[in-house]
Design a protein around this ligand. Sequence first.
Ligand code: KG4
Ligand code: ZN
Length: 335
Amino acid sequence: MSAPLVLAIETSCDETAVALVRGRELVTSEVASQTALHQPYGGVVPEVASRSHLTRIKPLMDRTFAKGGVAPGELDAVAATRGPGLLTALLVGVAAGKGLAIGLNRPFIGVNHLEGHLLSPFFDAASGPVRSLGLVVSGGHTLLVLLEKVGDYRLVGRTVDDAAGEAFDKVAKLIGLPYPGGPEIDRLARKGDPAKYRLPRSMPGETNFQFSFSGLKTAVRYLLPQLSGDFQADLAASFQEAVVDVLVRKTLAAARAHGCEVIGVSGGVSCNSRLRARLEEACAAAGRTLQLARPDLTTDNAAMIGFAAVQRLQQGLVDDLAVDADPSLRLTSNG
Ligand code: KG4
Ligand code: ZN
């Protein structure tokens, strides 16, 4: 099959997203963000998320077909994120995807959200996904994964407590910034001094690929009462530098340890301007090829789910309709 056309749905957390992907071409990608709905609570409320997905999914699918100039009958397959994520949120996308697949008599592909992130840096690469070391940094996950080939992933390291994005969000809340805090800290940090406050870098060691960010968050909490005046930008920059230092150092060390020439970086936190700049510097110095996810594909979207589904479809990896949502779906074969 050449350049299959897939409609993909993503509802694992607080974005309702639908996209059309034809081979490596992104036809159209629609995201209906729920950020404003959850903002008053300072985080995502699962019940609010699933109800909002329910009301938004059908109009968003209609809009995606209209914008893409595609009729449903032209699809080769329908895909939806089936995990990990919030169960009641995932169920909405999986049910909508299966319903469309049944109606059109086309295959259904259940995609792992983390596989969507992991493969997203290769969306624009002529080669498609290649053997590489993947850093997936988002609000829910911080993972180092050895990508051998599509469908063959090995866990190299992960966080033992908070995800990097979660640390950004929690520290932003402590400083008094709105949710989600990652982009706010990124903006504020540009005006701050990253060396102003000395914050801890956890889990040192050349062969330790685990992450821990809760100690850093606690260090910020203890430091805060001692600060006064206009400290926010310096604190944001110092915190961000501590996270970025650890992410860059461990990713480069893991690539070296596993003999990976290529490093792929994805997930919401990979949008961070300082992380992108430091990774570029470090990869250039170490002679490694850096594949960064396109900024518009870093936070949750359905285009990455469509791209992963195309890769799976091209390998004959389709699901039967018994495949279900799984809130703790694993990506890797070894944990
Ligand atoms: O990938 P994503 O949309 O959702 C998950 O799968 O978790 O990631 C969202 C996370 C949030 O924690 C958000 O604060 C963080 O990505 N984020 C950032 C930036 N943009 C989004 N963190 C740091 N700097 C950014 N520019
Ligand atoms: Zn995500």
